[in-house]
Design a protein around this ligand. Sequence first.
Ligand SMILES: NC(=O)c1ccc[n+]([C@@H]2O[C@H](COP(=O)([O-])OP(=O)(O)OC[C@H]3O[C@@H](n4cnc5c(N)ncnc54)[C@H](OP(=O)(O)O)[C@@H]3O)[C@@H](O)[C@H]2O)c1
Length: 317
Amino acid sequence: MRAAYASAFDADNPLAALTVGERPEPVHPADDWVTVQVRSSSLNHHDLWSLRGVGLAGDRLPMILGCDAAGIDPDGNEVVVYPLIADPGDPRGISILSEHFPGTFAERVAVPRENLVPKPADLSFTDAACLPTAWLTAWRMLTTKGRLDSADAVLVQGAGGGVATAAVVLAVASGKRVYATSRDAAKRERIAALGATALEPGARLPERVDVVIETVGAATFDHSLKSAAPMARIVVSGATAGHEPKVNLRRVFAMQLEILGTSMGTPDELRDLMAFCAERKVRPVVDAVYPFSEVAQAFARLHSGEVFGKVVLDHTA
Ligand SMILES: NC(=O)c1ccc[n+]([C@@H]2O[C@H](COP(=O)([O-])OP(=O)(O)OC[C@H]3O[C@@H](n4cnc5c(N)ncnc54)[C@H](OP(=O)(O)O)[C@@H]3O)[C@@H](O)[C@H]2O)c1
């Protein structure tokens, strides 16, 4: 079957490590696994990390990339694929599709049946394919970790990214005051159109916030600390611009800040997120949809750093 996979690693030019070609049909490691016909998938920064050799072991190559998919299960149901798989071989006890088990950038993907979540009828395949990784991560950051219910104001750093645009949309839809930074003036305009107050990185906020959504890391972390109100939650799920920021510990204890790490979310949180999107008529921010035949261009788009929202692949084209 047709697939996009990592055939090597290239730390400097991850796009050079991407191969598009034929791979064997999915296999089922256990009886409870099923094969899903993929209709749409979406890219994540994780896929670029994999091509760089971060988080993907060399002895797993060649590996089909992709964490996110929506498609059709063997019974003809429209489903969203929850991408975390129980994995006793991994020290975390789980792995995400494309780390150990082949990912979603293929005609078909195999997962345990319990990983299938019904797709709400009013969410398109394109929209649904955006939700399982970036949007689920943002949802858990805001709700379970950030305790959004008891927050008035939220700051989202690096707001052009997939997780970050999700956090902006979800926090605005929850009725919060949302501030968001981006290095790019055009992205700041688009953030403002989503209902947030858009700022340059490092700019002083008109108020301190109760929740900070951090996926950028070293480039923005000091600003996150300075922008946090007493007892605020700084929730971290990524470090695109460096994972070893300088941290002013005096501010952490004096302001009683909570710095919370998080990764992805649970199947129940994915169901809650989809229900929220359906009920509030919230839809993912989609930067671009590429036919699967242009998967290399889709990767180049994500790698350019110019994306605003999710880059989606249409597997029917
Ligand atoms: N732990 C998890 O479960 C989980 C899940 C999903 C993602 N992640 C991680 O979260 C991060 C973001 O993922 P994503 O898929 O949303 O990535 P993405 O779509 O590529 O977004 C990255 C964003 O980071 C900002 N950025 C990059 N370099 C920067 C710099 N030097 N200074 C300031 N901002 C910078 C940019 O925002 P502007 O251009 O707007 O400034 C960019 O849009 C990645 O590190 C990813 O691995 C983690």
